[in-house]
Design a protein. Structure first.
Length: 241
């Protein structure tokens, strides 16, 4: 019965404010159908939302509800932010620009892919969650600091075996999670700690060392440091085993 309904003749006569919503990869109704309808209803607003499910209450709910609320009230609700305690890990290849210039684009691309394979293998092994991959760096989160540290060690060792020196930095704190991305001061601290690590070094904040007491991990005191944009001085430690 649905396939037999044809609303095309009545579309130009609609004068009610209209919002047309369609997921961009809807496998039942192509997004082109929504565009057709919106073009033929005077003043209609079209919202194309990323997703594949025709029944969009099961997918992209926040985006759909946001579009509807903004259409009805003129104001889009702020996204819901989950806050949770997590360990953040940052890694990147030391001297990547110099390496790329020395070995050429194709060999650098191949090496970068090997590096990513090694990192992702260890993230899977230690139940880390990959958040972002930018160039030759990774951002991942863990629900336990000890596993995060051991993962960082495995990444450093694994990448060294393919001829790449990686630095890593970790911090544990409360982060904000929105649509698969993370934010918050804890993320910035983790990034700053990583930037201070040397080649092949896993550097962590004092928070990490306090939390993993009794785990068997050992650390070397690297002294107090100022972290750019972060208040105070921070005691940092290098993982020694």
């Amino acid at each position: 019965m649905n396939y037999l309904i044809d609303v095309r003749p009545v579309l130009p006569s609609i004068r009610t404010p209209t919002l047309v919503i369609n997921l961009t990869q809807d496998q039942w109704v192509p997004v082109e159908v929504a565009r057709y309808i919106a073009e033929r209803i005077e003043g209609a607003r079209l919202a194309e939302i990323s997703g594949t499910d025709h029944v969009f209450i099961w997918q992209s709910q926040d985006e759909v509800v946001g579009e509807i609320e903004e259409f009805l009230t003129g104001v889009r609700p702020p996204p819901e932010v989950d806050r949770l305690l997590a360990t953040v890990l940052f890694t990147d290849i030391v001297g990547s620009t110099q390496i790329a210039s020395e070995i050429g684009d194709q060999r650098w691309t191949d090496l970068l892919e090997k590096h990513r394979t090694v990192v992702r293998k260890q993230l899977d092994a230690f139940r880390g969650t990959e958040i972002d991959t930018a160039g030759d760096g990774f951002l991942a989160t863990f629900d336990g600091p000890a596993r995060g540290v051991r993962c960082a060690q495995a990444i450093v060792e694994g990448t060294h075996a393919i001829g790449v020196d990686v630095r890593a930095g970790l911090h544990t704190g409360e982060i904000e999670v929105t649509h698969g991305d993370v934010a918050g001061i804890a993320v910035h601290i983790g990034q700053r700690v990583s930037a201070l690590a040397g080649p092949g070094e896993v550097l962590v904040s004092r928070t990490i060392t306090d939390l993993v007491a009794g785990s068997g991990l050992s650390f070397l005191d690297r002294g107090e440091h100022e972290l750019k944009g972060i208040a105070g001085r921070w005691q940092l430690y290098a993982v020694s085993n």
